[in-house]
Design a protein around this ligand. Sequence first.
Ligand SMILES: [Fe+2]
Length: 400
Amino acid sequence: MRYVSMGQVPQKRHVQFRDPEAQSQNGKAPLLVEEVLGYEGFSGNESIVYHLFSPCRVQDVGEFTPIVLEEWVPDTHVHRLTNTMPLEAFGDPYLGRRVLQYNGDVEIGMCIPESQGEYFFRDGEGDEVIFVHEGEGVVETIFGELPYGKFDYIVIPRGTTYRFRFDTPQRWLTIYTPGEIETPNRYRNRYGQLLEHAPFSQRDFKPPAELNTHRERGRYDLKVRVRGGYQDYVLDYHPFDAIGWDGYVYPYTFNILDFEPKAGRLHQPPPAHQTFQGPNFVVCSFCPRMLDWDPEAIVLPYHHSNLQSEEMIYYVDGQFGSRKGVNIGAITLHPSGLPHGPQPGLVEKSIGVTRTEELAVMVDTFKPLKLTTLSRDLDDPQYAYSWFEAEGEETATTVT
Ligand SMILES: [Fe+2]
């Protein structure tokens, strides 16, 4: 990320900085409270926030509620299709996230919140990516107000106190990691600036648009995800009390249609679509694009075996050329140990096609994904047979 500064910050770090709007008390306005939010101790990226109140201040400590994921261990090891479209609105933007697939590196789920929730939230020990399939609104945060819309990735670093505000229906793919969400190192020069060949530039990453300092007092509920559960607190001040901040850690949006897709004379592998990385997983964006232009090219993916990874794809929009019977809102999971590729007939049908309108988000994990009972409830057991054709019914050479 690049350096951003919002609101008022002093000329130097770690110096006296007083509330510029407060009435003078005995000739001096109250000192502001400086908070450094940094990764990797004091060696990673950081931001410095100037608060009206100590961020340690709590009026009451509420309940701790452990997170319980109900694992589904299927009887068989096969390719899976999970149809998320029947899911109905449920919960709020935080507790309404329903995990479908997970391991120690990442949790992937859906959230269709039925309400905004009347409390503030903070992920204390993990980074979050929310892909907005449907909906628009604002994420109000300690770093300012972050507007978002359809097809945005919203990236929220740990330590960010926030809440969602929206008045339209929402449908999100949610990704949580105890690790760090980053853009790939290979897109950056040695100073961290994005390179010319990167599929996005600094301009495509949108930080908060506006910082509003809240001076209100009252009762404010805060829920913090930490230690495998949610800890509730009560504050006696509005948690968005920042006068200013600066640094490299802040929430941002990146719209998937700002990803500049790569095309080639012959087929480009999935790393060409990579958008983010986390520990032992990547996030890729499949966007509308020109297809491979060699007259002999096969424009669909070749069959491949995920020898060290599992491939999860969420289908967002358009028609996905390499999948038959997979509709918008579906998730396919091609687990390790099994090869996968286009269904019969699709390769022949694709020859000569010059463009794809597909839009999808892929998460490839390097370690196996576990499934939840919600995956079981939404599972389409026929998908495993979608490459099978009874003798005499092969379509591979008959489709024109
Ligand atoms: Fe694949």
